[in-house]
Design a protein around this ligand. Structure first.
Ligand SMILES: Nc1nc2c(ncn2[C@@H]2O[C@H](COP(=O)(O)OP(=O)(O)OP(=O)(O)O)[C@@H](O)[C@H]2O)c(=O)[nH]1
Length: 589
């Protein structure tokens, strides 16, 4: 199985998970951003819509409340209609709180008419219109006078007759037998649209007494929609259900006048393409609209003004607005998330380093094949207990191994020393004759070589002697092999006792034959010593009162460097042979 480094095992999953999480986050946020932007956009639209809704309701509410109040008042007190002049103050006071209230009027079944009127663009200019003061059914205008109710006449030559009973506000109310809205129309002589609400007046018996009405200039609503601060490229409209515009957020006119004919602008006829497209979808609710490649969130809400009148509020905002705002937030969130992931990856790397570093040191020390590397590891090695435990275990093992090896070294040294002793003994044995404890042939060779070289180097004389027990076979045959051994041991002792220098050598040459070497000793001295030995044999029995004799071959070389070892041996051996053959118990030199 292929092994992988621990650091990679920790860091790679961290990095891979970070990447997966980052990509997932990006995809999820990108997919949901459009939906969230849509919801946020609709929410934004609804907030604006609520403001408009409240404003329109607040704006139109006085119309119905004033008509209602007046209908009830005249119904319960029909005598008030007997003289309309005092009613001018009543109508004036009712209109005062509402700057855009243009008319509050009352018309009687006998054609009398009184109204409080106001210029919608000059709201402090209040006047009274009446048709009964000078000439019945002829409209005249007067200043309002709080004391006299009707003050000075304004229009000097009123020329048009005015029978309120022929007017739509009167006829519609009588026909409907209840409250009725006028059509939205251009307000008399002023550049604004207006709307009126009228209601029939009945006495307590149900008899028709007249009609009371109110009207209001709608320019304020148009100004209001224009004044609402909106996101760029947003549109608002207030329209009737058929799409006829009442107010918009744009500055375009809401009506046109051509050849004296006033034509109202509707969504379809509006010059702005966005309004034109909006006309295709006037159902209440959220819609999506595309105009020249730009997407709009579009929301329609209806407002019921009561008595059958319903208006529509339409708001369009470009989808890109909230998407871009959200995209900015999203980018910030993504950036923060990426930073977070980078921190996670960094923490992962630090954790990997924290875990791997001591393990690497352990690994290196373990692979060094040197116990000291493990023993030198600091304790504790890491802040991680498992790694410390492993390190301590290895440390302990290394200490134990070191002890074992030390003991082993001691034992090996002891064994080696013992073996050396044994070896020395064996070596000694290998060059010593077991019976006589003299050098054997091998020992003689080694010692003779050293001595010969010494003599050669020092230009000393050297003397080589070979001696052999005479008729030794007979000793064995006669007294037994053990007796022969005793004789050999005794001969060896005698020979050895006659050595004088540490450089002199005596060795068992083989069987009953012995060799002697003397350095820097002249021949006479050697011969004298050999004779002494012969005398010892005569004087001293070697066993059981048995005496032996020996034959000797002696070779003396004045200068050792003039001959060789082998030649010396061969010559001496020949001399011994001659001694044997010439009767034994003699010295041939
Ligand atoms: N007991 C005993 N006998 C040995 C030992 N080594 C050699 N011999 C004997 O020595 C005798 C040597 O005999 P030979 O070579 O015939 O010589 P010799 O009888 O001494 O006669 P010459 O040397 O000619 O005087 C043999 O009988 C050997 O068995 C030993 O270590 N112990």
């Amino acid at each position: 199985m292929k092994s992988v480094p621990l650091r990679g095992l920790i860091v790679v999953p961290f990095v891979v998970l970070t990447l997966i999480a980052g990509i997932t986050l990006y995809l999820v946020s990108t997919i949901t951003i459009a939906n969230v932007a849509n919801s946020v956009g609709i929410q934004y639209i609804k907030e604006v819509e609520d403001r408009i809704y409240g404003h329109v309701r607040h704006f139109t509410a006085p119309l119905s409340s004033i008509v209602d109040i007046n209908r009830n008042a005249f119904s319960y007190r029909p005598e008030l209609l007997d003289s309309l002049t005092p009613l001018a103050s009543r109508l004036y006071e009712q209109a005062m709180p509402y700057p855009h209230m243009t008319f509050i009027s009352v018309a009687t079944t006998d054609g009398r008419y009184l109204s409080s009127t106001r210029n919608p663009f000059k709201t402090d200019h209040h006047s009274v219109a009446a048709n009964y003061v000078n000439k019945t059914l002829t409209m005249e205008g007067f200043e309002y006078d709080p004391v006299r109710h009707i003050g000075d006449k304004i229009e000097k030559d009123p020329s048009f007759s005015y029978d309120p009973r022929t007017r739509p506000f009167y006829q519609d109310a009588v026909q409907a037998q209840g409250m009725v809205w006028s059509k939205i129309h251009l307000y008399y002589g002023f550049p604004t649209l207006g709307i009126g609400l009228s209601g029939p007046i009945y006495d307590q018996q149900g008899k028709l007494l007249g009609v009371t009405a109110t009207s209001v200039a709608l320019t304020e609503l148009d100004d209001f929609l224009e004044s609402i601060a909106l996101v760029d490229n947003a549109y608002i409209f207030l329209a009737e259900r058929n799409g006829a515009l009442i107010a918009t957020s744009s500055k375009d006119e809401l009506y046109t006048i051509a050849n004296g004919i006033t034509t109202r602008v509707s969504l379809v006829t509006h010059p702005d393409k966005v309004f034109q497209m909006a006309s295709k979808q006037l159902e209440s609710g959220a819609h999506r609209l595309e105009v020249d490649g730009e997407n709009f969130l579009y929301h329609v809400r209806s407002i019921s003004l009561g008595y059958g009148e319903t208006w529509l509020i339409g708001i369009l905002i470009p989808s890109s607005h909230h998407e871009s705002v959200l995209a900015e937030h999203n980018q910030a969130a993504l950036f923060i998330t990426l930073m977070l992931f980078a921190c996670i990856a960094l923490v992962g790397s630090l954790i990997a380093w924290y875990i791997c570093k001591p393990i690497q040191r352990l690994n290196q020390a373990a692979n060094d094949q040197n116990l000291e590397s493990i023993q030198k590891l600091p304790q504790p090695l890491s802040g991680i207990s498992e790694i410390n435990s492993l390190s301590q275990g290895l440390h302990l093992m290394a200490d134990n191994l070191a002890d074992i090896m030390q003991n082993l070294d001691k034992k090996v040294a002891q064994r080696t020393s013992h073996l050396e002793d044994e070896n020395e003994n064996l070596l000694e044995c290998s060059i010593t004759d077991e019976l006589t404890n003299l050098h054997n042939r091998r020992g003689l060779n080694q010692a003779f070589e050293r001595t010969f070289k010494y003599a050669q180097q020092q230009n000393k004389s050297i003397t080589f002697v070979l001696c052999d027990i005479d008729h030794f076979k007979g000793v064995n045959d006669k007294f037994g092999h053990s007796a022969g051994d005793l004789a050999l041991v005794e001969v060896a002792k005698i020979l050895k006792s006659h050595l004088r220098s540490t450089q002199d050598i005596v060795a068992r040459y083989g069987g009953e034959e012995f060799a002697l070497v003397f350095v820097d000793t002249d021949l006479n001295h050697v011969i004298a010593r050999m004779n002494k030995i012969r005398q010892d044999f005569v004087a001293k029995p070697v066993f059981d009162n048995q005496h032996i004799t020996m034959s000797f071959g002696i070779t003396y070389i004045e200068d050792a460097s003039s001959t060789s070892q082998q030649m010396l041996i061969d010559v001496t051996d020949a001399k011994l042979y001659r001694a044997k053959n010439s009767g034994r118990d003699k010295i041939v030199s």
